[in-house]
Design a protein around this ligand. Structure first.
Ligand SMILES: NC(=O)c1ccc[n+]([C@@H]2O[C@H](COP(=O)([O-])OP(=O)(O)OC[C@H]3O[C@@H](n4cnc5c(N)ncnc54)[C@H](OP(=O)(O)O)[C@@H]3O)[C@@H](O)[C@H]2O)c1
Length: 243
């Protein structure tokens, strides 16, 4: 054996941003946007202290990575629970780059007219709903939102329909940022997706992404082809979601 021979060439491991860029640049053949799920959690899996309470988890460095990931996507999607709890802007602020379209899942149009997202002048949110009063529709449209009516079931708005409409409107990629119910719905949907998980180095009691109903086997999504990076005090894990 020739020990002086170079080791067989192996593909260098791509970092998180390069992997995300690769996925976003390769449109899916089935006409659905490329999906990235992103959330921050404590070491023991809590994403917030309790439902409805905003809880900062990411340090500045991992937050910057999140904003870079945001700016690669055409849209950022959250559920109305997150709008009510966090009143987020869903904008790219910590880096320079394109601003994705904010997208809300809001079956009965509970988004308050005072929500900060409606005050944005650069990007007006797209709000998906199923059933709402004429007044709410008129007020939100008056505040600049684009409303899309889709079907709903007990599980919420029909995600496949939401994604198809987004694609038809030109959104080729979406970063899904929560909260718990929306992320669980995407886990359960089986849509191909990658996940970017920020793990903050502390434990905290609170709401996790595990099902609240209990009684299950605890099996959930698995990340494959993972890569991890340290960003400041946090670990960020990236992987493709699998069964
Ligand atoms: N750590 C993190 O990364 C992170 C990120 C985001 C949020 N959060 C936290 O998460 C909490 C909010 O989570 P959440 O579970 O209460 O709310 P959520 O997931 O933000 O929103 C859930 C709501 O969206 C609506 N919805 C419509 N269609 C849906 C569908 N197909 N699947 C799921 N939801 C659908 C439903 O309300 P309607 O029936 O009224 O439409 C549902 O109750 C907040 O406390 C926030 O601070 C943490």
């Amino acid at each position: 054996m020739d020990l002086s021979a170079p080791a067989p060439a192996s593909r260098p491991a791509l970092g998180i941003l390069a992997r995300a860029q690769d996925r976003v640049a390769a449109p899916r053949p089935d006409g659905l946007p490329v999906i990235t799920l992103a959330w921050a959690q404590s070491v023991n899996g809590a994403i917030t202290k309790q439902r409805g309470e905003p809880t900062p988890l990411s340090g500045p460095e991992s937050l910057e990575l999140t904003h870079r990931l945001r700016s690669m996507h055409a849209a950022i999607l959250v559920g109305v629970g997150t709008v009510l709890a966090d009143d987020p802007l869903l904008s790219v602020r910590l880096v320079s780059g394109p601003q994705p379209i904010p997208v809300l899942l809001d079956t009965h149009l509970r988004t308050p007219l005072q929500a900060r997202i409606l005050a944005r002048t650069d990007r007006h949110p797209w709000i998906f709903y199923a059933e709402a009063s004429r007044d709410s529709i008129r007020s939100l449209e008056g505040a600049g939102a684009r409303l899309f009516q889709v079907h709903a079931s007990d599980a919420g708005l029909d995600l496949a329909e939401v994604l198809r409409v987004m694609w038809a409107e030109g959104a080729r990629s979406v970063m899904v940022e929560g909260g718990a119910k929306v992320l669980r719905a995407f886990f359960a949907s089986g849509f191909p997706a990658a996940a970017a998980v920020t793990i903050a180095p502390f434990s905290m009691e609170g709401l996790t992404l595990a099902e609240e109903s209990g009684g299950g086997t605890g099996s959930g999504p698995v990340l494959r082809h993972t890569v991890s990076e340290i960003h400041g005090r946090d670990v960020v894990l990236w992987g493709e979601l699998g069964p």
